[in-house]
Design a protein around this ligand. Sequence first.
Ligand SMILES: [Zn+2]
Length: 249
Amino acid sequence: MKITDNIYLAASGSKWGFGITHELDCNVYLIDTGSGCILIDAGAGLETEKMDAVIHSHGYELTDIKKIILTHYHGDHACGASRIQRAAGCQMYAPAAEALAIQNGDETATSVALAKGGLYPADFVYPKSVDVAGLHEGDTVTLGNVTLTAYMVPGHSLCDMVLYGTIDGRKCLFTGDAVFVCGQVLIQSLPDVSLYPYACAMKRLAALDIDALFPGHGVFVLEHGSVHVKKASDAFQSGLIPPQLYYFV
Ligand SMILES: [Zn+2]
């Protein structure tokens, strides 16, 4: 699905999204930088021919992907990355606190072990990757005419990462599962969840000037993105928890 001149929705499952690829896939965004593509998140790695078909339908090959940036280590975002890295020979990035778990396919740290036979199929495997570069607060990734700056948001997982940069004239924030439209969040009863650090990080994000908000699930918006982040931050600052992400199934 083409979203703007150079941003495409390469995958999105029906459980929390548009239903164009496997039902467990998060929203995967493909950015054409003029010198190859950046992939934001990689989906669950199931029925991958569906995502490949979407990418091909827009005239791209997997080998056009030069960098994969993973917002966090959950299986529905990260488990598709290893296959693409092998096919494209591309660099992979993740939040520094989660990079090793992704590289090692650590099913305990990533909570995939808890979800097997439930959210994920019983035979689901978290694949290993190589050379996953860890990013810290303020680090940047540049390819072609796109530079994305990383912000760390511990809360939904050990340390989610959101990415901020200008693309096609819009100030864009790719949020993974840190915040969704209408200020929704997804707080699960998992060992790496934290609330107060989440609230503090969201307050920092609320200071950003954001046009387009591209979350890891559900709809995206192309203008007034700041409003959605501020809504989540305001709920946290009032001492409460923002509303949970809607769920289709
Ligand atoms: Zn997640």
